[in-house]
Design a binder for this molecule. Structure first.
Ligand code: NAP
Length: 520
């Protein structure tokens, strides 16, 4: 069985003990083992701080952009191999694996283009300068400089490539070295991806390290110039962000966590219209893509009460066609959940949801998959629930079932009611709203925009080009308030600012302009 290695201190490290086993979730075969036992995390941090940080800070944005361009190329050149590893370890179909891998290479390429535009600078100016006294004799300007620490990235199991790439793109472009840690259970593709990048030999020493397995005492060693960017469950986030050391040293922490995203059908969308078809098609895809293991997946489906039966029937007709099984079988459209734990958690979650909703399609039990022996694999068929009283649907608004599971919530067709129900999720990453009625949409935004990080408007006008609400695009914000973690990633330069210190420069205008790079 393959033993995964960590890449620390400029070499590959193989542990001797403390292994966790990685499993193919379709067949339950053991495929690899991983452990970080024996790594000296003090040395890992020192290597990043002493080698990677200075090298990256000495580079211009254009030079850092070149690193991202190469990383993107490596991912593209090795896409087929990474797809295969993702199929083995994450149970992903080819389209689901591509969503992860192409998302990663696309995000790196986009941030590379940002760096190229920023050119020969090493830091950013922010906004216009401002007069601070009677005249320009006393002037102020904000600048953003790379933090002189290490960016520690802890990622969730569902995006082994994109999760690494989207965080690394922002940190490296900002000028911070990265220590990346994938979820242990699905680290196979990440390990190979880092190996390919290291082999290509273009990264400065210490710019990128990989931990496969536990982070040991790494987090207890972080200081005020370091950044911890975490993606995962709200429970782990709470435990990490309340660690004494991180609180005491004011280490910057960014959290991307759970989200009970809503898809809302506006009352102006007529039965039989293309926008209604688009809504049903998008919701079915957002429920089942990556077997529902997407932080941006649709969990709650808000439909005007008089349309609920029709939408339910149309959704069931689509979900019935989804062939569940081993992605190695060409007929399969949806793979298994990634681990036995995920299946157990989803089944527990389904039991909880049924306290506020009833199952109208699927079942609260493990399914058998196509292409594997009976009884093998962590399969769950797409499962649709319905609650006719959203206000009392309790767990539907606070229990994330990380699986192909969503609940129909009929509402009274007003924008206020839709926004209030959406906001019951306690803060989401994305809300998709299907309507062409600007006044209704305006009212929805006025009442509910603050409860979500992104509003995706689905309509015929954008259908040909829009990628669906599940795609976190680098140009716009990924993150959301409350339950979603309160973090901010991507969003163009927003994503870089996590890794930079904002400094206000005050003084005589010509000096301030010259120091901040405004005067040429
Ligand atoms: P998880 O169990 O919270 O684990 C996430 C990461 O945290 C893993 O790398 C895990 O490592 C690590 N971790 C756990 N305990 C730790 C500790 N004490 N110290 C340091 N690291 C620790 O979450 P998951 O099951 O992988 O992911 C599913 C969740 O992620 C869902 O709730 C989903 O909504 C959320 N998610 C959110 C986003 C977003 O962008 N908002 C994106 C994807 C997923 P090990 O694997 O080694 O335990």
């Amino acid at each position: 069985m393959k033993t995964l290695k960590s890449y620390v201190g400029g070499r590959w490290y193989e542990a001797k003990s403390g292994f966790a086993t990685l499993v193919n979730p379709s067949t339950e075969e053991e495929i690899a083992r991983a452990s970080s036992e024996g790594i000296d995390f003090g040395e890992v941090l020192a290597y990043a701080r002493d080698k990677g940080g200075p090298a990256l800070r000495a580079m211009t944005f254009a030079q850092r952009s070149g690193l991202l361009k190469e990383m993107s190329r490596v991912l593209r050149d090795n896409r087929d191999e990474l797809l295969d590893l993702s199929r083995q370890n994450n149970g992903t179909t080819t389209p689901d694996g591509s969503f992860d891998i192409d998302g990663g290479s696309g995000t790196l390429a986009w941030y590379s283009s940002v760096g190229k535009r920023l050119g020969d600078r090493t830091f950013l100016t922010e906004g216009d300068g401002v007069q601070l006294a009677k005249t320009e004799a006393f002037w102020g300007q904000h600048i953003l400089v790379p933090r002189r620490g290490v960016a520690v990235h802890i990622n969730a199991f569902n995006f082994p490539i994109w999760g690494f790439a989207e965080k690394a793109a922002c940190a490296l472009l900002a000028g911070m070295p990265v220590i990346t840690k994938p979820a242990t259970a699905t680290a196979l593709a990440t390990e190979r991806c880092i190996e390919l990048i290291v082999e290509a030999g273009f990264l400065p020493e210490g710019a990128l390290q990989l931990i496969v397995g536990s982070t040991g005492d790494l987090l207890d060693r972080l200081g005020p110039q370091d950044v911890l960017a975490f993606t995962g469950s709200a429970d782990t986030a709470k435990m990490l962000r309340s660690r004494d050391n991180l609180l005491a040293s004011c280490t910057r922490v960014n959290v991307e966590a759970d989200s009970l995203n809503a898809a809302v059908l506006g009352p102006d969308v007529e039965p039989g219209s293309p926008t209604l078809d688009l809504f049903v098609k998008d919701v079915a895809r957002e429920m089942t893509q990556k077997t529902g293991q997407k932080c941006t997946a649709v969990r709650r489906i808000l439909v005007p009460r008089d349309r609920a039966d029709d939408v339910q029937a149309a959704l069931i007709a689509r979900l019935e066609k989804v062939v569940v099984g081993n992605p190695a079988d060409a007929s399969v459209r949806m793979g298994p959940l990634a681990t036995a734990n995920q299946l157990e958690d989803a089944l527990r979650g389904l039991a909880e949801l049924q306290k506020g909703a009833r199952i109208v399609h699927g079942k609260a039990g493990r399914a058998d998959g196509v292409g594997v022996p009976e009884g093998k694999g962590f399969f769950l068929a797409p499962t649709l629930l319905r609650s006719d009283d959203p206000a009392t649907a309790g767990p539907v608004h606070d229990r994330e079932v990380f699986a192909p599971v969503a609940t129909i919530l009929p509402y009274d067709a007003t924008a206020t009611s839709a926004a209030e129900i959406m906001a019951m999720g306690g803060g989401t990453l994305v809300t998709s709203v299907y309507s062409n009625d600007a006044a209704w949409l305006g009212e929805f935004l006025a009442r509910g925009a603050e409860a979500t990080g992104r509003i995706y408007i689905g309509s015929e006008a954008s259908a040909g080009e829009a990628p669906g609400s599940g795609a976190a695009l680098p140009q716009t914000l990924h993150g959301g308030p409350g339950r979603a973690g309160g973090g901010e990633e991507l969003g163009g330069l927003v994503g870089l600012k996590l890794y930079m210190q904002r400094v206000a420069i005050q003084g005589n205008r010509p000096l301030v302009d010259s120091l901040s790079g405004v005067a040429s």
